[in-house]
Every structure is written in structure tokens, then in C-alpha cells.
Design a protein around this ligand. Structure first.
Ligand SMILES: Nc1ncnc2c1ncn2[C@@H]1O[C@H](COP(=O)(O)OP(=O)(O)OP(=O)(O)O)[C@@H](O)[C@H]1O
Ligand SMILES: [Mg+2]
Length: 229
């Protein structure tokens, strides 16, 4: 299993009222699977993705990415583990505004200290049709181009897992299709995709859908559920 969340609970504290954002959720994503996470605003989707990605430790429950518990690692080891195994794609892209397209795509290689990632970065930039934009800064790109840069960055270190939070939320139909197709290809090549979305087109790409409600799994539909019935 490439992504395994086992009875994970995460509570935000520090305000007057603690918020149980994720409440006893178990989700598994195998190699080759593309799983969508849906549910109403505030139901815990982003929190679940952050916990899965080694960015937010759970209160209880087990997290494993590629058979490793990221929270069992030191902070430095965890940062490296994330850079090597996990690609993140966000709705707002999170590109570095003062870096070129090429340097944004190369950012994960800074974490691993690799020196010769430039060829791979250029190949990804080419694959996503951005070769003549490689010296542009993010502010000089269209929205769809920015999301393709974010995808190229997510793929740079050849991760095992992609965690995507509303990656098509700001895109039109054609650009959405490109992003979803790239995620599909990643899964078909043996990766695992966990995709948070409100977009029915994105849900249609997924082999399985997990519906969250108020921090809990309300429903799972798709191949694995059918297979295990
Ligand atoms: N840093 C935080 N501190 C306190 N509460 C938080 C924090 N982040 C999120 N929450 C609360 O946790 C719950 C889950 O938030 P989360 O961002 O995971 O929801 P979501 O399903 O991603 O929503 P959306 O679809 O609007 O992005 C919400 O009730 C939210 O108010
Ligand atoms: Mg969210």
C-alpha cells in the first residue's frame, strides 16, 4: 500500500473550541490507484491531505507512505522523505514568485541536494508544453500554465505518491483535463494519487471516491468497495 491512513484523528486546538477536523478516518491507496476525496467545505479534506503528507502530525492513528511512517522520522529526515516520495499539488499552486519556471520546477532537488536534476526538469517542462516559458516568472504565466509548472515540480523527484488539493479548482475545462490526464498517467505508471476535489470531472477520473462528512468517512464508492463486497 502506498498510502495508508489507519484510524487517524486530528484535532485543532489553541482556540476556545477544539475542532476535530479528522475523526477516526481510515483510507488506503494502492500503487496504480487514483482516489478522490470529496465532501462539504470544512469536512476535513485538506487536513486529511496534510496529515497524509507528513505536514501535520495526527493525534492518534497510523500514517504510512510507501510503508514508512513519516512522523517516526526527525524533522530533517521527514523533509527529505517528503521531497523524495511525495508530490504536492495545490489549488493556489504555491509557486515561488521570484523564481523562474525552471527554478520552481527544480525546487524539490534543493531539498535532496541533487545537483543534476536540470535535465529532468527541462524534460518535464517540455512535456507540459512550457519550454518557451521556462525563464518566465509565475506572475508572467496563465493560470493553466502555472498549474502545469506545479505539476512538473511535483513530479521532479519521481515520487511514489501525489497528494493534490483542488488542483483543477482554478482551471477551465481544457486545462483541468490536462492536469487530470497527467495524474492518471502517474497512477497508471504505478504511483498512488489522492485527490481532494469538488469538481465532478475530477471525480469521474478517479477509480474510487471517499466522501467525508464532518471529519468522518461517510461513504466509499468505486472499484475496491465493489471488489470487497
Ligand atoms: N489551523 C486551523 N486551526 C483551527 N481549525 C482549523 C484549522 N484549519 C482548519 N480548521 C478547521 O478544521 C475543519 C476542517 O478544515 P479543512 O480545511 O480540512 O476542511 P476542507 O474539507 O478542506 O474544506 P474546504 O473544502 O473549504 O477546503 C474546519 O472546520 C476548519 O474550520
Ligand atoms: Mg480544503
Amino acid at each position: 500500500m502506498l498510502i495508508s491512513l489507519d484510524h487517524v484523528t486530528k484535532t485543532y486546538r489553541g482556540n476556545d473550541q477544539p475542532v476535530v477536523a479528522v475523526n477516526d478516518v481510515s483510507v488506503e491507496v494502492a500503487a496504480g490507484e487514483f482516489v478522490a476525496v470529496v465532501g462539504p467545505s470544512g469536512c476535513g479534506k485538506t487536513t486529511l491531505l496534510l496529515v497524509a503528507g507528513g505536514l501535520l502530525g495526527p493525534d492518534s492513528g497510523e500514517v504510512q507512505i510507501d510503508l514508512q511512517d513519516p512522523y517516526a522520522l526527525s524533522a530533517d529526515q521527514r523533509a527529505r522523505f517528503r521531497a523524495e516520495r511525495i508530490g504536492f499539488v495545490f489549488q493556489q499552486f504555491h509557486l515561488v514568485p521570484y523564481l523562474s519556471v525552471l527554478d520552481n520546477v527544480l525546487a524539490p532537488a534543493l531539498v535532496t541536494g541533487e545537483r543534476d536534476a536540470a535535465d529532468r526538469a527541462l524534460a518535464l517542462i517540455d512535456r507540459f508544453g512550457l519550454s518557451d516559458r521556462r525563464n518566465h516568472r509565475p506572475g508572467q504565466l496563465s493560470t493553466g500554465e502555472r498549474q502545469r509548472v506545479a505539476l512538473a515540480r511535483a513530479l521532479l523527484n519521481d515520487p511514489r505518491v501525489i497528494l493534490a488539493d483542488e488542483p483543477t479548482g482554478n482551471l477551465d475545462g481544457e486545462n483541468s483535463e490536462d492536469v487530470l490526464q497527467a495524474l492518471q498517467t502517474f497512477a497508471n505508471d504505478g504511483g498512488a494519487v489522492l485527490l481532494v476535489t469538488h469538481d465532478p470531472d475530477a471525480v469521474a477520473f478517479a477509480g474510487r471516491t471517499v466522501t467525508l462528512d464532518n471529519g468522518q468517512v461517510a461513504m466509499q464508492t468505486g472499484q475496491e468497495k465493489v471488489a470487497s463486497d
